[in-house]
Design a protein around this ligand. Sequence first.
Ligand code: HEM
Length: 234
Amino acid sequence: MSAVVPPIPQGNAQKGDAVHPGSPVTVNRYTPMKRLNHWITAASLILLALSGLALFTPSLFFLTGLFGGGQNTRAFHPWIGVVLFLSFFIFFFQLWKANLPERTDWIWLRKIKDVVGSHEENLPELGKYNAGQKFIFWSMTALILVLIVSGVMIWEQYFTQYTSIPVRRIAVLAHSIAAVLIICVFILHVYAAIWTRGTLRAMTRGTVTGGWAWRHHRKWLRELAARRKVGPAE
Ligand code: HEM
């Protein structure tokens, strides 16, 4: 009689993810290249927010001091936007599959009280990302697209001849609304990264503990174990 092999859990494990035995067990979550990519994206969004807010309202004009004055702020802002766009989309293409919606995401959302109350035992086992992380991922994607398209439309130095004044007025409005929304999403993202203990090291050291993975992303951990993605002891 042949033994029944249980199916491998589908936890959205990615290339480079692996479990390392030790005390504590550690799990690779982000490669050095992904982390570099993430931090370039983060730094450019922070610089964009500061330079953008400086141009947005006279009460924040003092922020232009950080960029060497008004003219420089105006010149640098769109170029930093290009860096954000390129760097985010390099990151995007590595992560989008793991962020596709799944049935468990709806259960997670319905049980949001247990998420906030840290009652993970009432939640389904999750893959590499939960519905909250996926929401942040897709909203950042959509907002960065709106920002780059509307930003190019109002980039007078190079593109002024391609758009009319009424079109640019709409673009400025879309650009400002998307900017305010992405700052809110950014705050939510940083808050969640700090609030969920043990998460920040995923983006600093590249690893999380086995306990963290078991508690928050058990299906992902089970997939790594089932696929024998086990590295040397730490
Ligand atoms: C100081 C600011 C930031 C901090 C402290 C931070 C922290 C983190 C941490 C700890 C993770 C890993 C979470 C996990 O794997 O469970 C992460 C993932 C991620 N971060 Fe950030 N981040 C910052 C800024 C940004 C910015 C500005 C963006 C984009 C514009 C961004 C986009 C992402 C994305 C897309 C992921 C992957 C999550 C997913 O795919 O669902 N982060 N960040």
